[in-house]
Design a protein around this ligand. Structure first.
Ligand SMILES: C[S@@+](CC[C@H](N)C(=O)[O-])C[C@H]1O[C@@H](n2cnc3c(N)ncnc32)[C@H](O)[C@@H]1O
Length: 364
């Protein structure tokens, strides 16, 4: 396993995972302020009529409860999620970095993989996505996880106690809501993500979630341990909702940026464009390339993942300054299971990799 300047266990630096006691303090509102963040949030506010029962039993010491998983992981399923690529990504990560930037956060698979490991947890993380509801959900998981657990617990009970028609009615009633309050936004997004068809988030061109109801017998609407672990991992993360260029503008030579933009489609039928109301077409891919060039000129180490489309390969190989590699992946965003399959993922790095570890000395 590679070691990282992100933080060595026991070396005296603050960790991104402060441990159960730190997590409990933060949940209770006495946590320390974080960059770009705020102190622990207000208490539970308006309860949606859809939430059913007003109170759900939450353990007094939730971080220690038996359901808490050892590892933090994405709390939403997201198109293009990088869970299965983690070994390939981690083995190419350079060591000893200050701030981890992820401008296209999505489900945050790589961030959570880094954060859950005390040896590699970034001291600071700047996480960004253009999807406002998603970023709101991350902020609520970070700052109001206890209230979120209550809300999702109530929703889960209502859903599980209903018959098939009742479940469908509840799903579409929640889908039709347009809440403004962050806690409601987060609960709605997670509820829909867990109960919709294929468990994915997709919006139409007006930015409205438009996935139909799924038919899971026992969807895990409330994953208490998973949410608490995610909340601990996010404790020191700055969460922004901006365009990717703005999101990584502050990166310097001791930082690291991981770009995972919307996959450039290999065919018309493989196109997935439902992350936000905006498209991410060739002009956006070229704007990203210019952003990557500018960061490279400033000596900022970075890695990009994308599709192995000839055009994308040409854009980066043609520049003559990047390491362009392919790694096997299996894509799962086609709604038809028979069209999901093995497709390589393209990885673009601006630093050398030796013996499975990024090496930064020769960068810029
Ligand atoms: C491929 S997904 C990221 C998946 C993520 N790495 C994971 O493990 O789940 C791409 C993300 O980029 C976001 N996005 C699209 N356009 C963007 C932009 N211009 N700036 C920032 N984020 C954007 C989408 O909302 C989406 O969540």
């Amino acid at each position: 396993m590679f070691r990282s300047r992100f933080g060595v266990a026991g070396a005296g630096r603050p960790r991104a995972l402060p441990g159960p006691e730190g997590a409990r303090r933060r949940v209770e509102g006495r946590g320390r302020p974080r960059a770009g963040g705020r102190l622990q949030s207000r208490p539970t506010s308006r309860i949606s009529p859809l939430a059913g029962a007003r109170h759900t039993a939450v353990p007094d010491q939730p971080a220690e409860d038996a359901t808490a998983p050892a590892l933090a992981r994405p709390f939403v399923k997201w198109a293009g999620g990088k869970g299965q690529l983690l070994p390939a990504l981690l083995s190419r990560m350079p060591v000893a970095l200050e701030t981890y930037y992820e401008p296209f956060l999505g489900g945050g698979a790589l961030f959570f993989a880094l954060a859950q490991d005390p040896d590699h947890a970034p001291r600071r993380a700047v996480l960004n996505d253009a999807n406002h509801e998603l970023v709101t959900a991350y902020r609520v998981v970070r700052d109001e996880v206890r209230a979120l657990v209550e809300r999702l617990g109530a929703l889960e009970r209502r859903y599980m106690e209903a018959d098939a028609d009742g479940r469908s009615t509840l799903f579409y009633a929640v889908r039709d809501e347009a809440p403004a309050e962050p806690l409601e936004v987060a609960a709605r997004l997670i509820f829909l993500n867990k109960t919709c068809f294929n468990g994915l988030y997709r919006v139409n061109r007006h930015g409205r979630f438009n996935v139909p109801h799924g038919r899971y017998a026992r969807p895990r609407i409330l994953d208490c341990g998973g949410l608490l672990a995610a909340s601990r991992a996010l404790a020191h993360a700055e969460l922004t909702c901006a365009d990717f260029e703005t999101a990584c503008a502050g990166a310097g030579p001791r930082d690291f940026v991981y770009f995972d933009p919307p996959f450039h489609p290999l065919s018309k039928t493989s196109r997935f464009t439902g992350y936000t109301e905006s498209e991410f077409g060739r002009a956006e891919q070229l704007r990203l390339k210019r952003c990557i060039d500018a960061l490279t000129e400033r000596g900022v180490p970075l890695m990009l993942s994308n599709s192995p489309h000839d055009w994308i390969v040409g854009v980066y190989e043609g520049a003559g300054r990047y390491r362009v590699e392919r790694t096997p992946a299996r894509r799962a965003i086609n709604s038809r299971g028979d069209r999901r399959g093995a497709i390589d993922e393209l990885l673009v790095l601006n630093y050398p990799v030796e013996r499975g570890r990024g090496r930064l000395e020769s960068l810029a």
